[in-house]
Ligand binder design. Structure first.
Ligand code: TRP
Length: 370
């Protein structure tokens, strides 16, 4: 890997990602200002995650919107690999999905891939990933999805529903396709090799076409799904991609649920949030106050600032003030961190209450096998 290089696959993200290069590498389309305006016009709202390029790339978004304007509905689908507790970065595509569901008034499927994380992580038993699937479902439900229009798929629980669809897909993907896409070797277990067909299955669970909001690292699976779709008489899934959320320790790589220190979980106490951010959040500030006042900080590499931009400060005016003050040296790193800590803890206070309530409602959301 050379200095300006990076790796983005569903199971491995490394280096500092150049998103324009990634768009070329993956063959996706950048979300243009025209598409942004179109979404704004249809939904009546200028979502900050679009405006700020948190969602930056897509496949076939315009087809979905063309059809929608002709009165043809679509449905939404996204998912989570339950390898641990939910961290705040995971909520980004889910919050955006919730917004899409409200604006377009469409159905939504959420897949929890307990099998995938069992196959891909050596330290996790199937019981572990099942347990985390349940825990992660609570975070998803806590965001306020409507149970009449939203179903949660847990792979080992819903295999009866998924399998006939997965079989259609699996027959059209051969080993050299997956090998080329994911870098599999002869040592890769069979579960991993088959897995893309299971992640593809929810795309074809309805007769409508599907729009998938997702982290860009998941794109390779759906590249394969899109190749398969016409071969089994289905529409290609449309995708809208978000950037990877940086780990607390700094740019390069995503926030990994398995790396304790670099991660803020939705289950963390206010004190844990404070400690983690103060101790680990990568700072774009100067080494001492005197220098900081004189030279100012660099918000573009400062993780606390990035979290505000990506998630916790939707108001542009406030965000810009923080940006300018930090850059000029008026705002110190400790003060910037304090702003973020307060925002996260306020969010988590509400979220954790809703998460508790979700425990009584989980059954309403789980997909029943037919
Ligand atoms: N493989 C994803 C992960 O590890 C989970 C997932 C399943 C998913 N289906 C999806 C993610 C659809 C995005 C869209 O997190």
């Amino acid at each position: 890997m050379s200095a300006d290089d990076f790796i983005v696959t569903p199971w491995h993200v490394e280096g500092e990602i150049d998103y324009d290069k990634l768009i070329k590498k993956f063959g996706t389309e950048k979300i243009s200002s025209e598409l942004q305006s179109r979404l704004k016009k249809i939904t009546g709202e200028d979502h900050f995650m679009l405006r700020r390029g948190i969602f930056f790339s897509h496949r076939d978004m315009n087809r979905i919107l063309d059809d929608y304007e002709k009165g043809k509905k679509f449905f939404l689908y996204t998912g989570r690999g339950p390898s641990g507790h939910t961290h705040i970065g995971h909520l980004v595509p889910w919050i955006f999905a919730k917004w899409l569901q409200e604006k377009f008034d469409v159905k939504m499927y959420f897949q929890l891939t307990d099998d995938e994380k069992f196959y891909s992580k050596s330290g996790l038993s199937l019981e572990d990933t099942k347990k985390y699937a349940y825990e992660n479902a609570l975070d998803f439900i806590a965001l306020g999805f409507d149970p009449k229009k939203t179903k949660i798929i847990i792979n080992t629980r819903n295999i009866q529903t998924l399998y006939p669809i997965a079989a259609q897909v699996a027959k059209k993907i051969n080993f050299s396709n997956t090998k080329a896409t994911f870098g599999f070797t002869n040592e890769t277990n069979l579960g991993m090799i088959f897995y893309t067909s299971l992640q593809s299955a929810p795309c074809f669970i309805e007769d409508e076409s599907v729009l998938i909001p997702l982290g860009v690292d998941q794109d390779p699976h759906f590249r394969l799904t899109r190749d398969v779709a016409p071969k089994i008489g289905k529409q290609k899934p449309a995708l809208i991609h978000n950037i990877m959320i940086p780990a607390l320790e700094g740019p390069g790589g995503k926030m990994s649920a398995s790396d304790e220190s670099g991660t803020i979980y939705t289950t963390d106490t206010p004190n844990m949030v404070k400690k983690k951010i103060n101790k680990y959040a990568f700072s774009g500030g100067q080494p001492d106050i005197e220098k900081h006042r004189k030279l100012g900080g660099n918000p573009d590499i400062d993780v606390s600032y990035q979290y505000l931009r990506i998630f916790f400060e939707p108001e542009d005016k406030k965000l810009k003030e923080i940006y300018d003050d930090y850059k000029s040296g008026k705002l110190l790193s400790g003060e910037l961190k304090a702003i973020l800590i307060e925002k996260i803890n306020k969010f988590l206070e509400v979220h954790q209450k809703k998460r508790e309530e979700a425990k009584n409602r989980i059954e309403e959301f789980l997909l029943e096998n037919k």
